[in-house]
Design a protein around this ligand. Sequence first.
Ligand code: NIG
Ligand code: FE
Length: 385
Amino acid sequence: MTTRVIINIAELTTNDAALGDGSPAGRLFNAAMVLDEQQVLWVGANADAPDADERIDAQDCAVIPGFVDSHTHLVFAGERSDEFEARMAGEPYDGGGIARTVAATRAASSEDLRRTTQQRVDALRAGGVTTIEIKSGYELTVEGEKRLVGLAKEWSDDVTFLGAHVVPAEFSHDRDAYVELVGGAMLASCAPKCRWADVFCDAGAFSVDEARSILLRARNAGLGLRVHGNQLGDTGGVALAVELGASSVDHCSHVNDGDLEALAASSTVATLLPGAEFSTKSPYPSARRLLDAGVTVALATDCNPGTSYITNMGVVIALAVREMGMSVDEAIWAATLGGALALQRDDIGHLSPGARAHLVILDAPRSAHVAYRVGSTLVRQVLRD
Ligand code: NIG
Ligand code: FE
């Protein structure tokens, strides 16, 4: 296997507190690292860098772990910029537009879905994302959801079944039948390609009891659990996620004191999606309040055509820093190791020896430039295996 040494790294963020300066960022200055095609082999001082088959000169730029985007809805057809414009003019978001994307996605060929998903994957990768979770949820039929998870699997080992996104129009008079379908035939046909199941548990989507029944059946089918919770109101999704030991509860835009305490005492990660607040013109939740209570926080793009058509993790990080009270270091940690924890992956999100060789050489001397120079793509090189 070919080995490579990266020399002249001005600032290396490893996210391994045992390495470097002892901070959670596990930071080394004037550093070097050695990798092979799969994993990190060595991290240390530039002066001690060993030889390797190939040499990459970082030219005094910063290196960080690749971003882990733990929440996306990448496989969809069409776009909803008219809804974005209406919200900027004061219209609220209520999830109603999901039906439009469902209609467009059902009508799209697999070839078109593959092509447009690839474009979004390319955009995420160009911005330094090296792992992408992908949800289904825009067909809402047994065959359609099976098609979407099959497509998602072409790019991701972390595919999530989201048949419980909303109740489709054809079941609006019999939502119990749809809940039964999701937890029965639809789950059974999707589970082989999925690692996770998710439910949009919120006003206008699924109730806590409906969500619980679907998630319990998903758990019995061997899937890990995630929840879209408390995006639109104080609707019980966070408490349900903690009750079920879900890996992550995502959005958390409305978290009451009881939820906060329960989250802090649990191993459920709170995944914040500031792109959704940006694109729905909603108040940003305080990440500071969660962090100060001891909650583990992740950041993700939530890339979807309705509430967050964003493929740039740098923008997400900048919003979290500017609007949610995170330090730059906390936000970069949340978009790397935080995302890995939300996906229960111990091989990514950090650069300890043995970790996957997924990293970004930034076109900047310090990682803080990711937020400081918002909107610029500061990626010099992405190394992914
Ligand atoms: O995460 N909230 C539910 N699902 C998506 C939005 C889907 C849509 O509007 O198309 C979200 O924000
Ligand atoms: Fe989402």
